[in-house]
Design a protein around this ligand. Structure first.
Ligand code: N01
Length: 541
């Protein structure tokens, strides 16, 4: 634990903690560790801080959680001084915020950029990790914290002939840093999740023609984005103590908002329609808070799904296109609901066409076309909005070896197994921030990140006080937690969707509902109770 006990040569390469990733999780982890007097080194594969917001620079990228809430709460000064310009911050502004935080808390001196962590091997005798990084060096650390992000491993789809395409191919999750100008071009967009739905309207404005290749129609709610005035910000800031408390302790998804107290079938058709209408006009994720059983009861869910399908019919002029855009394959909200600006209306533009690749999948991409049902759609550029190997993908890219050389990929071959999403048995002193088995992607990520980081920071402090060298998830506690995560998920409609929550977008991945759907407040209480009971379920030595 004490770097002072190492020789000077060793000390240069020995840390209490190695943190993998300098997104919002890695940055806050570093800040907390430093404050507690732990030595820490962060390795970040990108050239700067910001994680998701460093990579996802596609046109129209912005957060679907309102900016006043998608922000750190750990520093009162920070949350009072930073001025968000819009209700939903655009990617560039969130990245600017991440850079501001890095500067304000002087984080960069402990972050090595453009560096991947390739390997981490636990030395059972020395009780420490050997971490090999992409510059070829190996450093030692007592603890490793994976702050690798849940949606950070952009997935290129297995589409026949994609490599033969002669024009540029962009992935929304790995967008170039230079501006991309689609003026005068015919653009093919594959994928209609949040990224595709956000980028389509902007690309359509620029391009000569946009062809959207849709496999699964998606539910999307208008963002109703708007500028934030100084008055809007002040009102929010004054209420920050209550907003943050509510987000942490009460709201299931870590977002301060009015909570529903009744089910959709408790209201008459007219009342229900009125409520949906009001929420559609308000815009954003809170559409799904109209009732408390939309994620639980299919008949209740259908009322909300029918409402959105009706809106699509109203907005989209061509009836065949409207029909194709109506989602019918999954209950509303069981795939991450999308938040858009002018998505459906974009299909009324003369330069936009929609191609169904569900009934007739893409046969082949040729040098200049995408061929579907024998028809060649000519395109000059391709945009892949095809998503991520979510939650486990970035962890799986690191060769992590725990006790007896057992790799994390071997252990997770049948699906990720963790205790509280924080640790996996057999891998001592290896923490995961917002890992599978925690609410993470079902929540306001920053709320979940802060909770995990604080829990880990408290845990390390506790170990230091008690002179302990290792902590590891106990096998029984892990089994019970995995069973609980599954049980809670099975009580909802979520497993009915072929979503990335289920690993369904990656053909080789086991189908398991990965996040914990019990809500951030409940989850926080469980984590706190575990700690209060002397880290019950963990083995500490
Ligand atoms: O990725 P996705 P995303 N051939 O996986 C299709 C967060 N996020 O980047 O549904 C053809 O949702 C795939 O089709 P299907 C948010 O949590 C947030 O859009 O598998 N199509 C789907 O349409 C979000 O949920 C924000 O049938 C293929 C699309 O590609 C998560 O990131 C913004 C295909 C992928 O959708 C991921 O969103 C952006 C193939 N081979 C992202 N493979 C905000 O904050 C995949 N598809 C607003």
């Amino acid at each position: 634990m004490s770097p002072a006990q190492s020789s000077p040569a060793e000390a240069a390469e020995t840390y209490d903690v190695v943190v993998v990733g300098a997104g919002f999780a890695g940055m806050y982890m570093l800040h907390r560790l430093r404050g507690l007097g732990f030595s820490a080194r962060v390795y970040e594969q990108g050239g700067g801080v910001g994680g998701t917001w460093y990579w996802n620079r596609y046109p129209g990228a912005r957060c679907d959680v309102e900016s006043m809430q998608y922000s750190y709460s750990f520093s009162e000064e920070l949350q009072q001084e930073w001025d968000w310009s819009e209700r939903y911050a655009p990617q560039a502004e969130i990245l600017k915020y991440a850079n501001h935080v890095a500067d304000r808390f002087d984080l960069r001196r402990d972050i090595q950029f453009d560096t991947r962590v390739e390997r981490a091997v636990f030395d059972e005798r020395g009780k420490r990790w050997s971490v090999t990084i992409s510059d070829g060096r190996t450093v030692q650390a007592q603890f490793v914290v994976l702050a690798t992000g849940c949606l950070s491993n952009a997935r290129k789809p297995d589409i026949n002939g994609l490599e033969n395409f002669k024009g540029p191919v962009y992935h929304t999750g790995n967008w170039p840093h230079e501006p991309v100008d689609f003026s005068g071009q015919r653009v093919g967009l594959i994928g209609t999740g949040s990224s595709g739905i956000q980028s389509a309207p902007i690309i359509a404005e620029q391009a000569k023609h946009l062809t959207v290749f849709q496999r699964t129609a998606n539910f999307s709610i208008p963002a109703r984005n708007a500028a934030l005035s100084a008055g809007d910000r002040d009102a929010f800031r004054k209420n920050y103590p209550e907003v943050r408390r509510f987000a942490r302790e009460v709201a299931r998804n870590g977002i301060f908002a009015e909570q529903p107290d009744r089910g959709a079938l408790d209201d008459s058709d007219d009342t229900r329609r009125g409520k949906y209408e009001k929420r559609w006009e308000h815009g954003g994720l809170t559409f799904m808070y109209a009732y408390n059983n939309l994620g639980l009861d299919r008949t209740a869910n259908d009322t909300a799904a029918d409402f959105v399908r009706g809106k699509i019919t109203e907005i989209v002029k061509d009836p065949a296109t409207a029909k194709l855009l109506q989602p019918n394959s999954h209950p509303i909200g069981t795939k991450r609901i999308c938040i858009d600006t002018d998505y459906f209306v974009t299909f009324n533009r003369p330069n936009v066409s929609l191609v169904d690749i569900k009934t007739t999948p893409i046969e082949e991409v040729t040098a200049h076309t995408v061929r579907v049902a024998g028809k060649d759609h000519e395109v000059d550029a391709l945009v892949l909005a095809t998503g991520f190997d979510a939650m486990t993908g970035s962890v799986a890219k690191i060769d992590i070896r725990g006790r007896e050389g057992w790799t994390l990929n071997q252990k997770w071959a049948e699906g990720p197994k963790t205790y509280l999403g924080l640790m996996s048995a057999g891998f001592p002193n290896l923490f995961i921030i917002t890992g599978p088995g925690s609410p993470s992607v079902l929540s306001n990520m920053i709320v979940s990140i802060e909770q995990h980081v604080d829990w880990i920071a408290d845990c390390l402090t506790n170990m230091r006080k008690r002179g302990l060298a290792t902590i590891e998830a106990g096998g029984d506690a892990e089994e019970k937690w995995v069973a609980h995560v599954n049980e809670v998920a099975q009580g909802t409609l979520y497993p009915q969707a072929n979503s990335w929550y289920m690993g369904a977008n990656i053909p080789s991945k086991p189908r398991i509902f990965m996040p914990y759907i019990g809500g951030v407040g409940t989850y926080r209480r469980i984590c706190d109770e575990v700690a209060a009971k002397g880290y019950e379920g963990f083995v500490m030595e």
